[in-house]
Design a binder for this molecule. Structure first.
Ligand code: MLT
Length: 387
């Protein structure tokens, strides 16, 4: 029986996919084998030794201490693409709100009184004029699952779309509308865009991407940030808004200083807040978690490579180890010495870590063999799974 702790509300559409004869799920679970999380901050949490994986129902993983998980052999999953349509729709909405002062207009109209409201509306409406997006350039930083959908939708609105991604997948490239242009460097996107939308995770490298952005953008640019708040430094942004460099900032991650700025539209992190997206994320997170716990297969991990083998027929050895010479040969030699055949094997690495799965026949490794491997200085975690 595998124990799963939920740190946030997870859609039942996902949880119901965990059969009760294999999994127990509870928000108060002690020492779980797996954690399901949405936005709960895990940075201060103590991790129990039994914890095998964390599955984030969402894309961003900045609420999870990834380095610590990696060192302990805890596989962290996310659900890329599961909320892409929800985020795309909010970005298109934000794009239009950043241009046409609908938010300011609504707030002004709510304050009108008297019999002559229609007359006041006609007289006052010119204060809320804003340009059309048709024919303008939209720069998309990060053309992943979300960025591709936005590119195609903005293209259909008649925008000139310029994307930048230094690590674009072939699948995403194939999905892009043919009229979407791809920039060779980020500076080109900053310099050409009337509107900018950000779709990269928050980490040291991506923070650096935006460090000089405000000195390179087109004057009057409108910026949409549904990715993460920390990507742009707040004080620099406020200064750019005050001197007109940026004419509007729509953010799904407002901080206190942003709430009452006239040119900021603060949205309370609604990017993925649709029932469809919550169900999709929960379904994907749960399936990945279950496949890892029961079969050792890894799909969509941010800290370990994707590795999988067909269903287990006999015994499966799953080894998380450092990506160093000789480790795989030591594992296979140990099986050979114990007279065990390796029927199938898959191994991949990601940065300093590697993951190897071996399907075994002709015997069961004894505790001496397993303990010796577990004691190896570069083997982080070893599990034996049965069909
Ligand atoms: C994500 O990272 O998937 C989105 O920002 C939504 C969320 O945090 O739940």
């Amino acid at each position: 029986m595998y124990t799963v702790k939920t740190l946030n509300h997870i859609s039942p559409v996902g949880l119901l996919r965990l059969p009760s004869d294999y999994f127990t799920v509870d928000a108060k679970m002690e020492n779980p084998a797996a954690v399901l999380v949405r936005s709960a901050n895990m940075h201060e949490m103590q991790f129990n030794e039994e914890l095998l994986c964390v599955a984030r129902a969402g894309a961003g993983v900045n609420n999870i201490p990834i380095d610590q998980c990696t060192e302990k052999g805890v596989v962290v999953f996310n659900t890329p693409g599961a909320n892409a349509n929800a985020v795309k729709e909010l970005v298109i909405c934000s794009l239009l709100l950043s241009s046409r002062d609908v938010v300011g207009g609504i707030s002004w109209a709510r304050g009108l009184t008297g019999d002559d409201v229609p007359g006041q509306v006609e007289k006052g409406k010119s204060s809320f004029t804003g340009p059309e997006v048709y024919g303008k350039t939209l720069g998309i930083i990060g053309v992943g699952a979300i960025g591709v959908k936005i590119a195609n939708a903005a293209d259909a609105l008649g925008m000139d779309v310029l994307g930048y991604d230094n690590n674009m997948s072939v699948n995403n490239a194939l999905e892009l509308s043919r009229s979407v242009r791809l920039a060779y460097n980020i500076n080109q996107v900053f310099a050409e865009s009337d509107y900018l939308t950000l779709h990269v995770p928050l980490n040291k490298e991506t923070k650096e991407l935006f460090a000089d952005m405000l000195s390179q953008v087109k004057v009057g640019v409108r910026i949409i940030n549904t990715a993460r708040g920390g990507l742009i430094e707040t004080d620099a942004l406020l200064a750019a808004l005050d001197n007109g460099t940026v004419s509007c900032y729509v953010t799904d991650f407002p901080d206190e200083k942003m709430l009452n700025h006239p040119n900021i539209i603060p949205i309370p992190h609604l990017g993925a807040s649709t029932p469809e997206s919550e169900d999709n994320c929960a379904r994907m997170a749960v399936d990945q978690l279950a496949d890892y716990l029961r079969y050792g297969n890894i799909t969509n991990s941010v800290n370990f490579p994707d590795v999988d083998l067909p269903p287990i027929k006999g015994l499966r050895l799953c080894v998380i180890h450092r990506n160093l010479p000789n480790i795989i040969s030591e594992i296979t030699a140990a099986m050979g010495e114990a007279g065990i055949n390796i029927e199938n094997m898959a191994s991949k690495s990601k940065k300093d870590m590697a993951y190897t799965i071996l399907d075994l026949t002709g015997g069961t490794p004894g505790s001496g063999t397993l303990d010796r491997l577990r004691g190896h200085e570069h083997i982080i975690r070893l599990r034996v799974l049965k069909a």
